[in-house]
Ligand binder design. Structure first.
Ligand SMILES: [Cu+2]
Length: 176
């Protein structure tokens, strides 16, 4: 749907640009050319466009960056943290413990035995709820508070070899 809109508007804009080029080429008269004033006005326009682009980019950057889920903005976990070890290797996840209770906050210590993997936690509806990188020789801390009972899933988000798609592990979350 969105791809169709992007595609259609790209075609229209490219056609408009091509038409503009054709119009300029058709009207160009080398013999009568006096480029001084043209260049001056083009540079003035360029200055305005550059300022406008900077303003728009600063605005968009501010608007989008302010909503990043920075750790410092995340709600503080309530209650005790339950430490858990999550280790990736080609091609499996070892998560221990892998059973929690609704309301508990797991503190995953995520690492890898071989290559980089992407530790991704999915809720029972297969919606991704947390993720971090699993890197050899390094431990990333990922906290997540389980909010619903059911089977959560751990998948790998980083292509790590032939059986990357086999890197699945389950986490059982029981009701309180
Ligand atoms: Cu992997």
């Amino acid at each position: 749907m969105i791809q169709d809109i992007v595609w259609d508007s790209s075609i229209v804009l490219m056609a408009a640009l091509a038409a503009l080029f054709a119009w300029v080429a058709a009207g160009a008269d080398i013999a009568l050319a006096n480029y001084g004033p043209v260049i001056a006005s083009a540079y003035r326009l360029r200055g305005w466009l550059f300022s406008a682009a900077v303003l728009i980019l600063v605005g968009f950057s501010y608007r989008s960056l302010i909503e990043l889920p920075y750790v410092s903005l995340a709600p503080r976990p309530t209650g005790a943290l339950v430490p858990a070890l999550a280790t990736g290797e080609q091609w499996a996840w070892a998560v221990s413990p892998n059973a929690f209770i609704v309301g508990q906050t797991a503190e995953f210590h995520v690492t890898s035995k071989d290559v980089n993997h992407g530790f991704a936690l999915y809720d029972p509806g297969m919606r991704i709820v947390a993720q971090t990188q699993a890197m050899p020789g390094y431990t990333n801390i990922l906290r997540y508070r389980f909010s619903q009972p059911g089977t959560y899933h751990v998948l790998c988000l980083e292509f790590c070899g032939l059986a990357h798609h086999e890197m699945k592990s389950d986490i059982a979350v029981a009701a309180q």
